[in-house]
Design a protein around this ligand. Structure first.
Ligand code: TYD
Ligand code: MG
Length: 455
């Protein structure tokens, strides 16, 4: 029988110490030791037991690779990010701001899995059973057979999982769960890590698919448990503005499917509903074009989406501000330097704000050209023409680099009635696209020149 004791493990090097120290004895890093549980086996008679025969070494091509069995949740957009559905024994971490819809989506998914004949368990640590019931009524899930457990103690949750062995279980949220083995408070890194590790082990051993809900801190990472991301099979993040109707769920890691796939939902009175054709939801509706706005096509996963990039350039104080929402801040600083150096447009004494409309986060560099054009449009106070869009990566030397799958992006834009585009030369289509004038450019200066001639 394995005994357990408390040790302190270094976050940096993995070294351990029997007591808490400010400095890791192994790597000398400060404040990196956190409490954890180690099991110590009673010393065995046979010291060489570990050298005994383990599993056999097999040639890779001889291993039979069977495709994993997936259970679709019945919510197409969720299945898309999961790579087809829930996988037996798979562990999914789903993160997002409070109030964005994590509990709502998971309750809907559990209910539809239950209706398909799967056994489900919803472990709630944040809300009481009555609150969960109230939500399920709001969602119109009357007579729902989903089993609910209001519990936050890990050992009891594990016992319930073992007793009921559900097909799918949701732990809402991992930050509320605590283990008796540790003295630190629920939500601390030590607790979150320990509890997630135990739950993951339980999932693998029993075949129950487990979904862990995690809260995100202000800076957009899961509170403490970035450490969780490597433990689980799939990591999904909720994005979007809680004030707008639309929510995105993005896969950032998936051992069973493609990453960077996104699912799009709309929050309605009856919970989250999938949006199967999301290409135009991130455009704001201006009757007439306004300065400081440029539309781009981003390609998230398999679907192109049109997103409006907005910029405001206004005279700033002695240390002007650069602020970006939904776009990388460092990249904005870099783009402003390129704009100055290669196109001769200076914003040194100006505040520059940029925003991707609708709370969407764009990580791909193909947004660069649209960012630059919206900034110059705001600076000059001149709107880009109606039906205009641009995309392409901008390099430090002022070159405009192609975006992957440019044709697809242009076709989607044409479908939505866009008629004019500035794109990287390598993305210019060989055959003309009906109803669309395309200006292919190789350098930032060229793009500026084209736009100046149009406005
Ligand atoms: P919730 O799922 O509780 O968020 P999380 O678990 O991520 O914290 O989402 C709650 C929000 O969604 C809340 O502000 C109300 C809204 N909502 C609806 O608009 N319609 C609904 O049917 C439900 C259940 C919630
Ligand atoms: Mg919740």
């Amino acid at each position: 029988m394995a005994k357990e004791k408390t040790v302190y493990t270094c976050n940096e090097c993995g070294g351990t110490s029997p007591k808490w120290l400010g400095k890791c004895p192994a790597c000398n890093a400060w404040n990196t030791l956190i409490e954890s549980v180690a099991s110590v086996d009673a010393p065995t008679k046979n010291r060489f037991a570990s050298l005994a025969k383990t599993a056999e070494v097999i040639v890779l091509s001889d291993i039979e690779a069977s495709d994993v069995d997936r259970t679709p949740t019945g919510h197409e957009e969720l299945d898309r990010v999961l790579g087809g559905g829930m996988v037996e024994g798979g562990v999914v971490l789903i993160g997002g701001d409070p109030g964005i819809g994590k509990s709502t989506l998971l309750l809907q998914a559990l209910d539809s899995l239950q209706r398909q004949g799967k056994s489900t368990l919803y472990v709630t640590g944040e809300e009481s059973g009555a609150q969960v019931a109230l939500r399920s009524r709001r969602l119109g899930l009357d007579k729902s057979q989903v089993k609910v457990l209001a519990e936050i103690q890990l050992e009891k949750i594990l016992a319930t999982l073992a007793a009921h062995s559900p097909d799918v279980a949701v732990i809402d949220s991992i930050q509320t769960v605590y283990s008796e083995q540790l003295t630190s408070a629920p939500g601390s890194v030590a607790q979150v890590r320990e509890c997630a590790a135990h739950l993951t082990r339980a999932a693998k051993a029993s075949g129950t698919a487990i979904v862990l809900v995690g809260h995100v801190t202000k800076d957009g990472t899961l509170a403490g448990p970035r450490v969780l991301e490597h433990m689980v099979d799939t990591v999904l993040y909720f994005e979007g503005d809680t004030h707008s109707q639309f929510r995105l769920v993005r896969a950032i890691k998936n051992r069973f499917g493609a990453v960077n796939e996104i699912g799009v939902f709309a929050m309605t009175e009856k919970g989250l509903k999938g949006v199967s054709n999301p290409s135009a939801i991130f455009l704001s509706q201006h009757a007439e074009p306004v300065p400081g706005s440029c539309v781009m096509v981003t390609l998230e996963g398999t679907r192109p989406m049109l997103v409006e990039i907005q910029a405001l350039v206004d005279s700033g104080g002695p240390s002007p501000r650069r602020l970006s929402v939904g776009l990388d801040k460092d990249r904005l600083a870099m783009l402003l330097a390129v704009l100055h150096r290669h196109a001769g447009v200076a914003c040194m004494d100006q505040d520059v704000f940029v925003n991707a409309v609708g709370g969407v986060r764009i990580s791909e560099p193909a947004a660069d050209l649209a960012v630059l054009l919206s900034i110059t449009s705001s600076l000059r106070g001149k709107a880009l023409p109606k039906g205009f869009l641009a995309f392409g990566e901008v390099g430090l030397a002022g070159e405009v680099r192609p975006a992957p799958r440019g044709q697809e992006r242009l076709k989607e834009a044409a479908k939505l009635g866009f008629s004019m585009a500035v794109v990287p030369k390598a993305n210019a289509p060989k055959k003309p696209i009906e109803g669309m004038t395309i200006h292919a450019v190789e350098r930032v200066e060229e793009a500026m020149e084209v736009v100046r001639s149009l406005t």
